[in-house]
Design a protein around this ligand. Structure first.
Ligand SMILES: NC(=O)c1ccc[n+]([C@@H]2O[C@H](COP(=O)([O-])OP(=O)(O)OC[C@H]3O[C@@H](n4cnc5c(N)ncnc54)[C@H](O)[C@@H]3O)[C@@H](O)[C@H]2O)c1
Length: 431
């Protein structure tokens, strides 16, 4: 039975910790968030993951009952009796600048607790070169041990999508590399406990670190491209969703759908993990930077679609926002485009009431029911699809909305059939 110590119990760390526990490992999860740790030890989590018919809360409780998982705040204590250390904490990006403090802090703790023979496996998304150039020296300095000789060190990118974590830990092909072949092998053995898909063993850690960041940026760029096509099609008076469907009948074309922006922790941050290295080595990334700007501009574009449909002054307007998560059916609102759309509408003078039953965060514009959001609204904007929002109850919506002007819907998801919406008396604006 392997003993695993998981640093970081967020969207990645918690389901990954439970994935090891479900396969018989003895797992201690470490997080600095005391409330999170207390909640987990009571079997509480707000995550929306599931595996083989069981929700993550049931999985958590079962693994705790069977003594295979516990959460703690004391990282040093947790490492005393454990030789497999996995790091899943993030590198936050604020105002396009990355912040290494949480990573440096966790490395100091892990370094201080490191024993000869331990494996340290980094699974966070990082600036290429971080494991060798930043993490390794701290681990060696704090422990007095030497990487590749006294302890094993490896990097493996994490590729899961929230909501599909348990399935993707198991079935998504993975990639890893160690500081030396022995580290690669140790990490491979550990990963193989959970991952049944192919695990590529790359030539060096920098390849895996860079490929992770590039995977995320490639999706950001693909979305930016179709968002730009959307603006073109709109101005031309044709439907972007139909254009995408037609273009994708070409066997070598695979366009994504446009949307109100790109949110979450992973895609919007990715460029800001590549730029610091690009600056250091003198490489210009103008295409990637432009794509990011296109996606960052989408919430403003959506807000303008709402504003141009108003038949009252913005200062008199009430707008309902439906769906606040960073993507459909998620409860994660980190860097959600919805928050930027709301900010733009509010800055223009509109009163906004937003509803998303899955998002736990508090905002003063967030209300607790669909009814509260749409009552007396002049228009509504659909930003993400969500369980618990009855988008199709159009009679209900129409009855509650203001009749000061003809109610309208801005549909960024291509969710509504225009004929049905028009038939109920709404105006409809799509991306
Ligand atoms: N969320 C995703 O879908 C996803 C997918 C692939 C990769 N990633 C990457 O995985 C990493 C983690 O992402 P996440 O979404 O789980 O982040 P998260 O913010 O949900 O979780 C990180 C956790 O680390 C904890 N933490 C911070 N400093 C700590 C410390 N010193 N010691 C112990 N715990 C500490 C935080 O309290 C938090 O609970 C990031 O690098 C992210 O880019 C995320």
């Amino acid at each position: 039975m392997k003993k695993v110590c998981m640093f970081g119990l967020g969207f990645v760390g918690l389901p990954l910790a439970l994935s090891f526990a479900m396969r018989g490992c003895q797992v201690t999860g470490v997080d600095i968030d005391e409330k999170l740790v207390a909640d987990l030890n009571q079997g509480l989590t707000h995550h929306l993951e599931a595996y083989e018919g069981l929700g993550i809360k049931e999985i958590l409780r079962k693994q705790m009952d069977q003594g295979r998982f516990q959460a703690v705040t004391d990282g040093l204590g947790a490492m005393q009796d454990c030789d497999n250390i996995i790091v899943t904490i993030g590198i936050p990006v604020e105002g396009h600048k990355h912040d290494m403090k949480p990573m440096l802090e966790v490395c100091r703790t892990v370094g201080a607790g490191l024993k000869a023979g331990d494996l340290v496996l980094i699974r966070s998304t990082v600036i290429p070169g971080t494991t060798r150039d930043v993490i390794l020296p701290i681990l060696e300095q704090e422990s007095g041990l030497q990487a590749g000789i006294d302890f094993y060190l490896a990097y493996s990118s994490e590729r899961i999508a929230e909501g599909r974590a348990f399935h993707e830990f198991e079935h998504m092909p993975a990639a890893l590399a160690g500081i030396n072949p022995a580290s690669t092998l140790k990490a491979f053995e550990l990963m193989s406990i959970v991952t049944r898909a192919h695990i590529t063993q790359a030539s060096c850690m920098e390849v895996v670190e860079a490929s992770k960041v590039i995977e995320n940026i490639s999706r950001d760029v693909d979305i930016a491209m179709v968002n730009e096509f959307a603006r073109f099609c709109k101005a031309m008076g044709i439907d972007i969703f139909e254009v995408v469907a037609v273009a994708n009948t070409h066997q070598r074309v695979n366009l994504l759908n446009p949307g109100p922006g790109v949110g979450g922790y992973c895609l919007p941050n990715a460029l800001f993990y590549l730029l610091p290295k690009a600056d250091e080595i003198g490489v210009n990334l103008s295409l990637l930077t432009t794509a990011r700007k296109v996606n960052e501009g989408m919430p403003r574009y959506v807000a303008d679609l709402v504003l141009r449909n108003l038949q009252v002054a913005p200062s008199q307007a009430r707008v309902a926002v439906l769906g606040m998560a960073m993507k459909d059916y998620s409860n994660d609102d980190r860097m959600s485009p919805a928050l930027s759309v709301i900010e733009a509408l509010q800055k223009s003078g509109c009163t906004v009431r937003a509803f998303d039953p899955a998002v736990p965060s508090y905002y003063d514009f967030k209300v607790n029911s669909l009814e509260e959001a749409v009552t007396d609204a002049h228009g509504l904007v659909v930003l993400t699809l969500q369980n618990g929002i009855d988008f199709m109850n159009l009679d209900f919506l129409m009855n509650l909305m203001s009749r000061e002007s003809q109610p309208f819907i801005v549909d960024t998801k291509n969710f509504y059939d225009p004929a049905v919406v028009w038939d109920k008396g709404f105006r409809l604006e799509r991306l």
